[in-house]
Write a protein that binds this ligand. Structure first.
Ligand SMILES: [Zn+2]
Length: 448
């Protein structure tokens, strides 16, 4: 199952190896999110080319659509999506508590209405484990209650009591052959509750442990604190998974705090907004400066998009709503995350992780400001183009009162296009936005 290969002498970072029925996973690992049995915009070949070791599937969404009858008839989720590497499925608890329209929390689970058609559904530990068994995932997650970060102490306490009770139920449910089951610790940023919940969950002897209730809208220091107060109670010989995290610098920091596994929709989600990761932070490929920028998204990146295409070309594709634009952006961003993990594993093996951490976090500026630091703003013609684009855009926006279409870098002629695009994608986005902010965790379990 899990083999702890080494622990970094200067931090709590770990290099490990998790054996599952569909293959070995080298940790630390990033798991691309395939909510609807698909990692958005990426096919299996692309995922494998960028060294994806394991992907995520979603119990809630898949059980509603296409439904378990179809997936069972296909021979399970691996067979349905023809993915032969490991899959982790979440329990559906997060979606029920964040997405479902109406709910009644009962002792043995939650009654809720489907966010799609309003039909009354029920999901509890038994149901969730049964679905995950049918999906045939390599790793199933216990059904838990993820309380909001601003829950009252009483709400937090109640959520923990249910999480523990449901974990006991999950632990004794039948599993798919070779399926591992992970327990989840809750407790927000309350040290006493975290300790109690983690100790109770660990006493049930799961195959691995997740730190839940992080990245649910809390500030970053609280997220780090939640991990800091949970980690000491997790056994060293089991794999640790921080659910729904995070940005590149957050992942580096969490690895230093002893976390081994991550999942996050950010790489594919921000790709769809035209935002790309670089070693120095994010850049907006749709912005005006990229119009005639014939460099790759990031110099030195070995992904397919950077080896073959320029920012100018990708910007053009995004501006004319070509699917290839989203695909190339998703390839780069997902590759960035996977490559970062690969690099960290090497640094751990070489004993250089601590230096890498300092350098990476110091250089990583999580905002658009990185654009000014990169090589791109150096041609006067681009600067001029940028200025004129802004002038034209502002004038036109004022005139037409198209307030929604005034994002930076958007050329004026695209103003008309944007509302149409928004309308076509309004339905699924509204569903998730109703219960979430833009934070990672929420996104990762819902609309990846
Ligand atoms: Zn790239």
């Amino acid at each position: 199952m899990f083999e702890l290969l080494l622990t970094d002498p200067k931090t709590k970072a770990r290099r490990g190896r998790l054996t599952t029925s569909h293959g070995i996973i080298e940790t630390p690992v990033f798991m691309p999110v395939g909510t609807q049995a698909s990692v958005k915009a990426l096919d299996n070949r692309e995922l494998l080319e960028m060294d994806t070791q394991i992907i995520l599937g979603n119990t809630y969404h898949l059980s509603i659509r296409p439904g378990m009858e179809i997936i069972e008839a296909a021979g399970g989720l691996h067979s349905f999506m023809n993915w032969e590497s490991p899959i982790l499925t979440d329990s559906g608890g997060f979606q029920v508590f964040s997405l479902a329209k109406i709910r009644k929390i009962k002792n043995n689970g939650v009654e809720f209405r489907s966010h799609l058609d309003g039909s009354l559904l029920f999901l509890g530990p038994q149901e969730s484990m049964a679905i995950q068994r049918k999906l045939g995932s390599d790793i199933a997650m216990a059904f838990d209650e993820c309380p909001a970060h601003d829950s009252s102490p009483r709400e937090l306490q109640a959520a923990i009591d249910r999480t523990i009770r449901w974990a006991k139920e999950c632990r004794i449910q039948p599993r798919a052959e070779g399926q591992l089951v992970f327990g989840i610790s809750q407790g927000g940023i309350n040290p006493r509750l975290r300790e109690r919940c983690t100790k109770e969950i660990v006493s049930l002897d799961f195959d691995g442990y997740a730190i839940g209730g992080v990245s649910v809208g809390e500030p970053e220091p609280e997220m780090m604190f939640a991990v800091d107060i949970t980690e000491p109670f997790l056994p060293k010989n089991k794999v640790r998974y921080a659910m729904g995290l995070g940005t590149p610098s957050q992942m580096v920091e969490l690895i230093a705090r002893g976390v081994d596994m991550f999942d996050c929709v950010l790489p594919t989600r921000i790709a769809r907004n035209g935002t790309a990761y670089t070693r120095k932070g994010t850049v907006n490929i749709k912005a005006g400066y990229a119009k005639s920028d014939f460099h790759p998204i990031e110099e030195g990146c070995t992904c397919f998009a950077c080896r073959n295409h320029t920012r100018a070309y990708i910007r053009h594709l995004l501006n004319v709503n070509e699917i290839l634009g989203l695909k190339l952006m998703s390839i780069h961003n997902s590759h960035f995350y996977l490559q970062l993990m690969k690099e960290i594993r090497t640094h751990l093996e070489n004993g250089t992780f601590s230096d890498f951490r300092k350098e990476f976090v110091a250089n990583y500026v999580p905002s658009e400001r990185v654009r000014a630091m990169s090589q791109n703003i150096k041609l006067p013609s681009i600067t001029e183009a940028l200025k004129s684009t802004h002038k034209g855009k502002i004038a036109k926006a004022k005139k037409a009162k198209v307030s929604k279409a005034t994002h930076a870098g958007k050329a004026t002629k695209n103003v008309k296009v944007k509302p149409t695009k928004k309308q076509t994608s309004a339905k699924p986005k509204n569903i998730s936005k109703s219960s979430q902010n833009s934070n990672n965790e929420s996104s990762s379990r819902t609309i990846s």
